[in-house]
Design a protein around this ligand. Structure first.
Ligand SMILES: Nc1ncnc2c1ncn2[C@@H]1O[C@H](COP(=O)(O)OP(=O)(O)OP(=O)(O)O)[C@@H](O)[C@H]1O
Length: 772
């Protein structure tokens, strides 16, 4: 049992499980303007990091990946240039026609009021000097208008000469943060004050009876009954006046709960904005709301939406609704006029037609805008990604929603959340801050001295603000920080932080973008603002035991349907009942030195081993691993062991599509692709980080690290380990060196202890793996 482990790590000890909620009493309120200034500085650093990284890795970084942050637009050209108010040059930037045929800008988070930099877009191979030249030649301006196919930027300086060639723009200052920074105290609603800890949230009845009384009788709507913790979370969210956090550990039915919450709020005639950090998180909700015939509109580019949600897409609705017919009428009239121009020989007549066309175009735009506004205003639920919520369709809707619901909130940057937050009067955030946070790159970039100065809090305020924005790393116990991350490189980790640089930032008391809104609110107001879902519907009870005890205060229980389910019980024919299919937790302990990790500079793909990477995809993966991550770790013998286990499961009748192999190291992933890609193409191979939110019946986790020094690198991050150990439904198979991993700090030591006691430990013989 966990409690009987001899390890010094006390799994239920609060002092050693530094979840944000245990630190809340140390937190002080944050000054809104101060906070906004800090966020602006951090965003700027994040962008600089993005820039630096793109320059280095453009060959691997598609422009789409760079734009994913929503704070930049690439491949632009100057479609038009005019003199605007005050004699300022206004650039109309559209997509370079050589790049795009549709002309529509991708979804982005840039909005009117944002301060942007306009730069020449240079290739990834550009030298440092060329990059700094481009930076010097760049101009800054303010976004004055955004439409589907262009963004209009008024340049700062009247004499500014815009750069030529292909351009890109990026947000230097975020409008929302600028607005918050300048917001007079009198304009700050109680909601905003609560978000910054200047007011306490209005109390929510603590006892179940009092809560029931406050919320009133509830008629549950979803067909599948909700468990008690889900019902409590919904009642809590209904009763809260300003904020409610729904903490959903892995497999606990967070989305199921949110769907019911949305239906309950609608039954109470509330108007809702529902957001998530990714299109898939939002589409998932649209799909599950659709059977309830909810009047909803999904914002976002149709090309990025799941086909099943297109019926609710604003773009599609603007073409198919009644109001759209009026817009189409004008379109037809314009087409007819256009055709008549060609037939007209008289110059005067042509001129007259051009005049009419101009009027028609104006009316078309007005009607289209009216149609969009009408649809958005008429919808009881508007759904968008956090970037999409910053789009022009929502520009008039500040404060128009009763509640904003943010799913996967612990996966979103706080700055991204603010556009959505300002649109509502109350927020419900759902997420799990004990899984991986959003991808951050900026810890590698030194703060720019000027902007850091601008953002520096006054001495009087300093003590107040630093605590609340303490970086996550700082909140870890010393033991957790010990594992060195300096030698690691991989695409998959959440941060590209190096210990020394992080320490420097910590010493400077710099806040972290990585501190999500979810983390911060929990730290600010304590556990009373959250309810946790406690029944999980994924993992066998033994797979669940360790994360539950160490991370979720032993609060999780396994639903009866999954508590004892095994691979042997899979509901399809042909699965044998043997040693491999009746064990939910297997630990292949490779300690002893026969499964050493390859040094980072070892090429795990020597040309002579090309036979090990058959098939197109594995080769691609292998190439990616080699070119990008020459210093990412791999462990060839361990990869072979993983492959052998997968082969054994498949031989026992488990379908390959029910199996995944995950690892924190991309070089290892490439090796696995070589071994398994062609033989079992349906077996899913992925990075731990990429597998967050997913599940499989059987999951093999390859830990890779095996060295005398006890270096564990990325494995030292508990949230990554949490993701790795909570993806499996019926079998978790851990492959790794117990001795090395056990040296990686208290959490890892406890995990190894747990695997040894509760799992079936197997000591593999490397000689038996020959020929795998
Ligand atoms: N009250 C319930 N009763 C039975 N099954 C449930 C219940 N709630 C959720 N589930 C099941 O749990 C699984 C996860 O639920 P859901 O898809 O809502 O969660 P999610 O938010 O997508 O995932 P996660 O819980 O990992 O965040 C689904 O298979 C769902 O059917």
């Amino acid at each position: 049992m966990l409690s009987s482990t001899s390890d010094s790590y006390t799994m239920t000890s609060r002092s050693q499980t530094p979840n944000a909620e245990y630190l809340w009493h140390e937190m002080a309120p944050t000054d809104v303007s101060d906070f906004a200034a800090k966020q602006l500085d951090l965003l700027d650093r994040e962008l600089q990091a993005e820039l630096a990284e793109t320059a280095e890795l453009t060959s691997q970084h598609s422009p789409a990946a760079l734009q994913r942050s929503g704070l930049a637009l690439l491949n632009l050209h100057i479609a038009n240039q005019r003199t605007g108010l005050g004699g300022k040059t206004v650039l109309e930037l559209g997509l370079d026609p050589a790049i795009s045929t549709s002309g529509e800008l991708p979804e982005h988070g840039l909005r009117v009021g944002d301060i942007v930099g306009v730069r020449e877009q240079i290739g990834g191979a550009a030298k440092k000097k060329e990059r700094s030249e481009s930076e010097k030649k760049g101009v800054d301006g303010v976004v004055v208008k955004t439409v589907k196919d262009a963004i209009h930027v008024a340049l700062d300086r009247e004499e500014a000469d815009p750069p030529g060639g292909k351009l890109w723009i990026y947000a230097r200052m975020n409008w929302t943060m600028t607005k918050l920074k300048d917001m007079p105290l009198s304009d700050q609603s109680n909601f905003i004050r609560v978000l910054f800890g200047q007011s306490s949230p209005s109390p929510v009845p603590a006892s179940s009876d009092a809560l029931d009384e406050d919320v009133g009788p509830i008629k549950w709507i979803s067909e599948r009954p909700l468990n008690t913790s889900q019902q409590d979370a919904i009642k809590f969210a209904l009763s809260s006046r300003e904020i409610a956090l729904i903490h959903g550990p892995p497999g606990t039915g967070k989305t199921h709960t949110l769907i019911e919450l949305i239906l309950q709020l609608l039954a109470r005639n509330q108007r809702l904005l529902v957001c998530g950090p990714s299109n898939i998180s939002v589409d998932n909700i649209v799909e599950r709301l659709a059977p309830h015939k909810v009047p909803m509109v999904r914002l976002g580019h149709p090309a990025r939406l799941l086909p099943s949600v297109l019926n609710h897409s604003l773009d599609v609705l603007t073409k198919t609704s009644d109001a759209a017919a009026l817009v189409q009428d004008i379109r037809h009239e314009m087409d007819a006029k256009q055709a008549s121009i060609r037939k007209t020989k008289s110059g005067r007549e042509r001129k007259a037609i051009y005049g009419e066309m101009k009027e028609l175009r104006k009316e078309y735009r007005e009607r289209e805008r009216g149609c969009v506004d009408g649809l958005v205003r008429g919808a009881k639920v508007v759904l968008a990604t956090l970037h999409g919520a910053g789009g022009h369709q929502l520009r008039h809707l500040q404060g128009q929603f009763d509640v904003v619901i943010i799913d996967e909130a612990s996966q979103a940057l706080e700055a991204q959340c603010w556009v959505a937050l300002l649109a509502a009067r109350k927020a419900v955030l759902a997420g799990d801050h004990l899984q991986l946070p959003p991808t951050i790159k900026s810890q590698n970039v030194k703060p720019k001295s000027s902007s850091s100065k601008a953002a520096a809090p006054s001495a009087a305020k300093k003590n107040k603000t630093t605590a609340a924005t303490k970086p996550a790393e700082e909140q870890k116990p010393a033991e957790e920080k010990k594992p060195s991350t300096t030698n690691d490189a991989s695409l998959s980790p959440t941060t590209t932080t190096t210990t020394t640089k992080l320490q420097k930032l910590t010493l400077n008391k710099a806040p972290s973008l990585e501190t999500t809104l979810f983390d911060r609110l929990l730290a600010l107001h304590g556990p009373s603002i959250k309810r946790m879902l406690t029944v999980q519907y994924r993992m066998h009870a033994r797979i669940m035991a360790f994360p539950s005890t160490t991370l979720y205060s032993s609060a999780l229980t396994a639903a009866p349907a999954v508590a004892a389910h095994l691979l042997a019980d899979l509901p399809y024919p042909g699965v044998q009942r043997n040693d491999d299919t009746t064990e939910p937790l297997i630990f292949y302990d490779t300690q002893g030195g026969s499964f050493p990790e390859a040094p980072p500079d070892d090429d795990p793909f020597p040309s002579s081993s090309s036979s090990a990477t058959p098939g197109a995809d594995p080769a691609k993966l292998a190439k990616k691993g080699r070119s990008l991550l020459s210093d990412s770790r791999s462990n060839p013998a361990e990869a072979a062991l993983c492959a052998a286990h997968v082969a054994a499961l498949c031989a026992a009748g488990v379908r390959p599509a029910d199996i995944a192999v995950i690892t924190p190291y991309n070089a290892q992933l490439a090796l696995l692709a070589g071994l398994l890609g062609a033989r079992f193409p349906a077996v899913e191979l992925g990075s731990v980080d990429g597998f967050q939110g997913r599940e499989k019946e059987a999951v093999v986790v390859s830990l890779v690290r095996s060295n005398g020094a006890g270096e564990v690198g990325f494995l030292g991050e508990r949230r990554r380990l949490n993701v790795a150990m909570t993806r499996a439904r019926r079998q978790l198979c851990v492959v790794g060196d117990g001795e090395t991993v056990g040296k990686g700090g208290g959490f890892l030591r406890a995990w190894v202890g747990f695997l040894e006691e509760e799992g079936e430990v197997r000591y593999p013989d490397v000689a038996e793996l020959k020929g795998v």
